[in-house]
Design a protein around this ligand. Structure first.
Ligand code: WTA
Length: 645
């Protein structure tokens, strides 16, 4: 039995949703989705109001449409409609990497900046439906660029600044972006990130990209290509400060975001305009119990979906004050998060378990020496939070006073799906608790049988569904159907395993496919493998996850060298650097094990289950190895795993 933390009286007093209201709304959301979402769809402004609400089928060709005959503009919803009331209210608090640098940007300001960039983009020939890749650090221009794309109807694709030129190029090519927005350099933890140099390298192989807009962040020495590259400050200075937002249909794409899957190259997840915004804004308001004037801080990077939905679109659609942080948790000191909380009087703080675990290692003192009195609510996202980290976060960071919302969701889901609501849900450390409105979790076994009651199984989602769900994969609807709707008929398969307890609470146990979660970043084992085998000395590679104290999961690579090559420490380093170059630092293998051979079935399929067990040091339960072509390989691998101590 795990400990239960009831809703604190202080939280209950002002909360937007209590337990009765949660139950009532939830019932209605799954029994009468058209009625429920028809009402909540009105929380945003429509140019032409929708008359149809839900049109979804998880079977056959799989078609997901919400509010399909309505029209709107996301940028107008995040900016223009707030101006009458909030022109002078802060929209974004920007906190720089350097603690002496910060800025407040009002809704009026942000509106003008977005209009100027929208005009500049139009002058460069960007039209509705065109793709624009954004490769920026965590500076306000990242939000401006997103909103300017939304304003002109261009589809943005943000690539995380930690990805390599090769990874960036692949993402530009896949969607044929015509424009790229970047900065001279990024700044993180006092170190410079050579963004523009990476872009120059990437563009050597990208023919679609005709223009580059460059934000001057550090003033570092970079090369500008005449005719292709433009300084951001020059363009916006010349551009007009007002712009009429383009009328978009609810189902026009708003953005693409590449994420890792079990196989092959990253998938371009497509989110559309109307349903996404309704869902991002609604979850932001209710999950974080957002009240007028609250200072809200999500520490994610806009390169990930969390940054899209919960730094930019959700909060700004709600007229909230959202904090955007350029730096990292341990620079200049490990008190940085809490110093920023005190400096800006943050009320709601949303971060990832990996950050909590790494700060936990530094002890309580760096936290306790700060006040944190402004904090009211804490959040967690990106990976399972272990109960030990949860209780530390609650007791030390929140002084035992602040509820924690452990929010489970995915790039594909657009917004939070399983989560506590602060005023409604008693908490259990390590459980994401209950579904948000419209979300119908189903537990299934390996054969696809639906399991009832308190059980463990694979987590699927059944209709009716929620409007923020992805609609397709860019240019590959077939892969979309195969990846998500083919495993279990008529249901969306999440790729996660979960346990449902006797109170109907969900406990996410982690991925059950070949995706691993490293420091809350999704990585496909297949991607790391193909990077490794691209090295001339590597014959074969298999990559699995293994438990890692700070990162949650680490990357464990089994590598077979081509005949005649000998393992060495130098080669190990070379391979790690190779993967960093091919994908980016987040994909660096933590451990490389030289393996003379890999365990394969007679038909040549690598038995990953066995490799996972060996990586976990769990040699006792390797299961049936009799179907292996050469069972001796397993003993060799165990021997070398043990020898590494
Ligand atoms: C994992 C991030 C447990 C899960 C928003 C999911 C979580 C994957 C949680 C999606 C959580 C995310 N508890 N696991 N609260 N949140 N995950 O696409 O395995 O980067 O499938 O989206 O992260 O990662 P993604």
């Amino acid at each position: 039995m795990s400990e239960v933390y009831p809703v604190p009286a202080e939280t209950a007093k002002n909360a937007l949703i209590d337990n009765d209201k949660y139950n009532e709304w939830y019932e209605r959301s799954v029994k009468d989705p058209d009625g429920f979402w028809g009402e909540h769809g009105k929380r945003i402004d429509w140019i032409k109001p929708f008359t149809k609400v839900k049109n979804v089928s998880y079977s056959g060709d799989v078609s997901i449409k919400w509010f399909e005959d309505g029209t709107l503009n996301v940028s107008a919803n995040c900016l223009d409609r707030h101006l009458a009331k909030r022109r002078d209210q802060t929209a974004i608090i920007w906190e720089g990497d350097d603690p002496n640098e910060s800025a407040h940007i009002t809704y009026g300001d942000l509106h003008e900046r977005v209009c100027r960039l929208a005009n500049a983009m139009t002058d460069l020939g960007v039209k509705k439906g065109d793709r624009v890749t954004i490769y920026l650090p965590m500076i306000p221009e990242a939000a401006v660029a997103m909103l300017a794309c939304a304003r002109v109807g261009a589809v943005h694709s943000i690539v995380f600044g930690g990805f390599s030129p090769d990874a960036l190029a692949g993402r530009i090519q896949d969607c044929d972006s015509s424009l790229l927005i970047t900065a001279d350099e990024g700044l993180r933890g006092g170190r410079k990130v050579p963004l523009k140099a990476n872009v120059d390298k990437a563009l050597e192989t990208c023919w679609s990209c005709k223009s580059v807009i460059v934000v001057k962040r550090t003033g570092g020495d970079i090369h500008m290509v005449t005719g292709r590259d433009h300084w951001y400050h020059d363009l916006v200075a010349k551009a007009a400060p007002t712009h009429t937002p383009v009328e978009m249909s609810a189902e026009d794409p708003l953005f693409l975001l590449y994420t890792s899957g079990s196989t092959g190259k990253p998938k371009g997840v497509v989110h559309t305009t109307g349903g996404y915004l309704v869902y991002a804004s609604m979850t932001h308001q209710y999950v974080f119990d957002y009240h007028e004037g609250d200072i809200y801080w999500c520490t994610a990077d806009v390169g990930w979906v969390t940054g899209h939905s919960y730094i930019v679109y959700g909060p700004l659609a709600n007229g909230a004050i959202t904090l955007m942080f350029e730096g990292i948790p341990n620079y200049p000191t490990v008190s940085r998060f809490w110093d920023v909380v005190d400096k800006h009087k943050v009320n709601i703080f949303y971060t990832a378990p990996t950050a909590i675990r790494s700060l936990m290692r530094e002890g309580e003192e760096p936290v306790k020496k700060t006040s944190r009195a402004s904090l009211r609510l804490l959040g967690s996202v990106g990976e399972p939070i272990n109960p030990e980290a949860w209780t530390w976060y609650h007791r030390v960071v929140g002084d035992g006073r602040c509820p924690i919302v452990d929010t489970w969701w995915q790039t594909e889901t657009g917004g939070i799906l399983i989560t506590p609501l602060p005023g409604a849900t008693a908490l259990k450390p390590g459980s994401a608790t209950r579904p948000f409105f419209g979300v119908k979790p189903v537990m299934v076994d390996a054969e696809g049988k639906t399991l009832e009651g308190a059980v463990e199984g694979n987590l699927c989602l059944a209709e009716p569904g929620w409007p923020g769900q992805m609609r397709t994969l860019w240019g590959d609807h077939e892969r979309f159907k195969q990846s998500y709707f083919a495993t279990y008929q008529g249901m969306y398969f999440t790729g996660d395993g979960a346990r449902r307890d006797e109170d109907g609470y969900y406990w996410i146990t982690g991925r059950v496919d070949d995706v691993i979660n490293v420091s809350g970043h999704r990585m496909g084992t297949a991607e790391v493998e193909s990077a490794l085998v691209a090295h001339p000395k590597v014959a074969e590679a298999a990559v699995v996850g293994y438990p890692h104290d700070i990162k949650g999961q680490g990357i464990y690579a089994y590598v077979t060298l081509v005949a005649g090559e000998e393992p060495s420490e130098d080669l190990r380093k070379e391979l790690v650097n190779w993967v960093r170059k091919e994908i980016g630092p987040i994909a660096s293998p933590d451990l490389i094990q030289w393996s003379p051979g890999l365990p394969k079935t007679r038909s040549g399929k690598i038995m990953r289950r066995i490799l996972r067990k060996i990586a976990e040091n769990d040699f006792g339960s390797l299961g049936d190895t009799s179907t292996l072509a050469d069972p001796g390989v397993v003993d060799d691998l165990i021997d070398s795993r043990m020898n590494r101590g």
